[in-house]
Write a protein that binds this ligand. Structure first.
Ligand SMILES: [Zn+2]
Ligand SMILES: [Zn+2]
Length: 447
């Protein structure tokens, strides 16, 4: 995922009830602090190792083997090979209690690293037939290491732990290669929540858009649904000097793209929730003096609401058909409805309940509410099966402007390793507080 969050104070009165910010509440659990201190070197070492050995989506063979070996060493019985290279394991506490799932993603991106770190990746792989550099440019190396650390901490306190924890190490969050399946939806299809039905699911993402030490969390919609579409406008080929002898699909496509921009700006109620229609590729023609038969385009739609998404796609179908027809051309619109990336919606009750846990870890003033993110996350798949909470962990070094720092997916994406500590403590604190029955906060009173 890619994010750009200006830092806003947490405004919601519902979330920031003053009663939650009393001095007694702001301390994190002593066992969290102790575990963080004890495990921080390990988490750091794992992260650097993963960073140096990144693997593309659905190719996380080495990463998965390291994870499984670690879990076996802890005495767990990991299930491997889930959705290709996914790994899951259950930690059973010594006392009865609720069931929690914790998810980390493991894949890297076809990006050639330019950080200059001593443990920078020199790995290459093949992507869409090309040799590419591979880099943990989205920080999933941090997520995997943090969850390995949290697993070790939870196993160490297993006797006193109420309930059960499912660890989910997921491949292919960034999307499987063409013609392959993978990611969260495939792990769910393979039954990871069938045998273990969680009462809550938690996940986190490091982000360049927040300084290290900060946590971003938002109740309700957080990240957009992503749907791809492809479009063909078919005309009739002719000589460039004689446009009247054919049907020009280039001019027709230009009008289709232009008119498509009015779907969001003129026909969608963006006062309710934002939406984006973008074209990312247009291809057609080969010579200056041939009007081609056909032009093709690719685009993406980002929405937060199924009804809005369906309405925009209906408008897009309408625009393409009729604008192309006005040129005498024909349009074929192909909408991807596989629903791999639905909107990520944080469960409001769970968010309100766990907010104090995050505040105890980062400090009340360091937990902020980011704006809606038009990027997507397949954590949303889990959050549709169980109440979910996904939060951001700042990873830009102090003294660097987080707004202009190279973002996730950039070859210069530079994670301040302090984010490992914050992420570890946040995930462990949230898990322990939930399992121990952290009470729902009292509803905010007027004023
Ligand atoms: Zn990403
Ligand atoms: Zn990511």
């Amino acid at each position: 995922m890619r994010v750009a969050l200006p830092i806003l104070p947490l405004l919601s009165a519902f979330l920031l009830c003053p009663a939650q910010a009393s001095a007694a509440d702001v301390a994190q659990r002593p066992e969290v602090a102790a575990a963080a201190q004890q495990l921080q070197d390990k988490v750091l070492t794992w992260r650097r190792d993963f960073h140096q050995h990144p693997e593309l989506s659905n190719r996380e063979e080495r990463t998965a083997a390291q994870v499984a070996a670690h879990l076996r060493k802890l005495g767990l019985q990991p299930r491997t090979g889930v959705a290709h290279h996914g790994v899951t394991a259950v930690i059973k506490g010594g006392k009865p209690g609720p069931r929690v799932a914790l998810r980390a993603d493991m894949d890297a991106l076809p990006v050639t690293e330019q950080t200059g770190l001593p443990f920078a990746s020199k790995a290459t792989s093949t992507y869409r037939g090309e040799t590419v550099g591979v880099m943990h440019a989205c920080g999933h190396d941090a997520h995997t290491s943090i969850l390995m650390g949290v697993a070790e901490a939870l196993v160490a306190m297993r006797e006193d732990l109420p309930g059960e924890v499912l660890l989910v190490f997921q491949p292919a969050e960034e999307g499987p290669p063409d013609n392959e399946e993978g990611g969260a939806a495939m792990m769910l299809r393979q039954g990871i929540f069938r045998d273990f039905k969680p009462d809550a699911v938690f996940g986190l993402h490091v982000t360049s858009a927040l300084p290290v030490g900060h946590i971003g969390v938002r109740s309700g919609p957080l990240m957009a649904a992503s749907n791809r579409f492809s479009l063909r406008v078919i005309g009739r080929q002719t000589h460039g000097s004689r446009p009247w002898g054919g049907i020009d699909p280039i001019v027709a496509m230009a009008d289709v793209i232009g008119t498509a921009q009015t779907i969001v700006s003129r026909r969608t109620d963006i006062s309710r929730l934002p939406a984006v229609v973008s074209f990312g590729a247009v291809k057609g023609g080969i010579r200056h003096n041939i009007i081609p038969d056909e032009v093709q385009a690719l685009g993406t739609l980002r929405t937060f609401d199924d009804g809005m998404r369906d309405a925009i796609f209906a408008d897009l179908a309408n625009v393409t058909e009729h604008v192309a027809a006005a040129h005498g051309a024909r349009a074929v619109l192909d909408i991807e409805r596989d629903d791999a990336y639905p909107a990520t919606i944080n469960n409001p009750e769970l968010t309100a309940r766990m907010l104090p846990s995050l505040q105890r870890v980062a400090g009340v003033g360091n937990v902020i509410e980011p704006p809606l993110q038009m990027a997507s996350e397949d954590f949303s798949q889990y959050a549709r099966q169980a109440p979910g909470l996904f939060f951001f962990v700042g990873s830009t070094a102090v003294g660097v402007d987080a707004e202009t720092a190279p973002s996730n997916h950039s070859p210069q994406f530079l994670l301040d390793e302090g984010a490992l500590d914050v992420g570890f403590r946040a995930l462990l604190q949230v898990t322990l507080d939930y399992l121990n029955g952290a009470p729902a906060p009292a509803p905010a009173t007027a004023g």
